[in-house]
Design a binder for this molecule. Structure first.
Ligand SMILES: Cc1cc2nc3c(=O)[nH]c(=O)nc-3n(C[C@H](O)[C@H](O)[C@H](O)COP(=O)(O)OP(=O)(O)OC[C@H]3O[C@@H](n4cnc5c(N)ncnc54)[C@H](O)[C@@H]3O)c2cc1C
Length: 403
């Protein structure tokens, strides 16, 4: 149901309330001790040399079976992940829900390449869907197609070369896995957010998500594709996706991101001498991202979307556009999401003002989520700039509480 509210009244009430500077709301879910622990962790991550050494040595230490699990688990793992098992994630999910924040469950195991591993992953996804079945605080689950399909197969399909008979059988097995996952999601009233990956494997991912959307997104947005706005062709892709959805009579569901593989994309394009798929600069990416948000809001009856971003301006713009269109802040087709352990100032302030917000919460054995944790550490160094933001907010809240 779409709620239409008097524009000026809603904007006058909600927008002044929405400030990402409010650290009291942002960290209300953390005790003083937890805040100090987070501050300590972000201070460590601020040390570029430590991160450089840590991100190289941690995966090796796990391979050598060195006893580092307890240290990793009690620090970076607990900060960025929900637990090792589904049951362990429950206390985090419940705590987030107390502050009106939902959860996107992410089975964080990566880098597998055998059919056996893929079938195991499918069983894990189905377990997670059933686990979240009766829990309204878990509206979404996230899935990487590379978690259920071989990388080399995806690469070959992306080049549009003819598949061998056994590759065709293999690809049909991947489709079968997706059907099982989506069917279970539909039956349990959940939505699957499919991650976007590198351009050289993205085409089969897009095609697969489109095929599943045609099938499952009839009354409810069961499958979400991901649009990476650092790609200069994605705004056009978003528009074409909507045309296809309209003519195919299904709902388009998309997660809007800027994109996580910029350096890798540019380096490959340079090395292999093709034109980079990435926008020329950050401003161009920001313009495309915000245009994507506006496009989705203009077509809100046909698109369900999620602003998956830590960018304050994009989150604020979405909130503002939403209210300008006289839509309710908790419109069922508009969602916001940030990673667990980051940008609480955006998440909890949006939630407090009544918007639909979720945290992306990875879980899995500590050893298996190490690649995810290493990416978070690298993203939060002082080089990338994100660390400064997180650390300053934590310091600000500790000072506020002590005064
Ligand atoms: C819930 C959630 C789910 C996500 N899922 C995915 C996913 O499925 N696939 C995926 O790829 N990423 C995903 N991401 C990561 C996302 O793509 C971004 O890397 C990350 O969120 C940083 O972008 P931002 O919008 O938060 O903010 P910002 O910090 O404002 O933007 C940083 C981003 O801008 C872009 N950028 C930076 N410099 C330049 C430049 N010089 N030229 C062009 N562009 C530039 C890059 O994409 C960079 O990551 C997800 C993020 C979240 C929060």
């Amino acid at each position: 149901m779409i709620l239409y509210l008097p524009l000026t009244a809603v904007m006058q009430t909600l927008l002044p309330m929405l400030s990402f500077d409010n650290t009291e709301n942002a960290f209300a879910y953390k005790t003083d001790k937890e805040l100090r622990k987070s501050k300590f962790l972000f201070k460590l991550i601020n040390n570029n040399l430590l991160v450089k050494i840590g991100t190289r040595l941690t995966p090796i230490a796990f391979k050598l079976h060195l006893p580092i699990k307890a240290v990793v688990k009690s620090t970076i793992f607990n900060h960025f992940c929900g637990g090792e098992t589904l049951n362990e994630t429950l206390s985090v999910i419940d705590k987030l829900a107390m502050f009106n924040v939902g959860t996107i469950l992410d089975y964080g195991v990566e880098g597998k390449q055998s059919d056996e591993d893929f079938d195991f992953a499918v069983e894990e996804f189905i377990k997670a869907i059933k686990f979240s079945g009766g829990n309204k605080n878990i509206p979404f689950l996230s899935l990487k197609i590379t978690g259920i399909a071989r990388l080399k197969l995806l690469e070959k399909i992306a080049t549009e070369k003819t598949l061998t008979d056994s590759e065709t059988v293999e690809w049909n097995r991947v489709k079968g896995r997706m059907h099982r996952i989506c069917k279970n999601a539909l039956e349990n009233g959940k939505s699957m957010m499919i991650d976007a990956e590198e351009t050289w494997i993205q085409k089969p991912v897009d095609d697969l998500v489109e095929e599943m959307s045609r099938f499952y997104n009839k009354e409810h947005a069961v499958v979400y594709n991901t649009i990476q706005h650092y790609r200069h062709d994605r705004l056009a892709f978003l528009k074409t996706s909507l045309q296809k959805a309209k003519s195919g009579n299904y709902l388009l569901a998309v997660k809007l991101v800027r994109g996580a593989y910029m350096e890798k994309e540019r380096a490959r394009a340079k090395k292999m001498n093709y034109s980079s798929p990435i926008n020329a600069d950050k401003t161009a990416t920001d313009i495309d991202y915000n245009a994507g948000v506006k496009f989705c809001l203009k077509n809100i009856n046909s698109i369900s979307f999620c602003v998956a971003s830590h960018n304050e301006a994009s989150n604020m713009l979405t909130a503002k556009f939403l209210l300008e269109q006289q839509l309710s802040p908790n419109h069922p087709n508009v969602h916001f999401s940030q990673l667990f352990g980051m940008s609480d100032h955006i998440t909890f302030n949006l939630a407090k003002a009544g918007f639909n917000v979720t945290k992306y919460l990875p879980y899995g054995p500590v050893k298996e989520v190490v690649p995810y944790l290493m990416r978070r550490a690298q993203e939060n160094t002082s080089v990338s700039g994100q660390m400064g933001r997180e650390l300053n907010l934590l310091k600000k809240e500790l000072t506020r509480r002590n005064n």
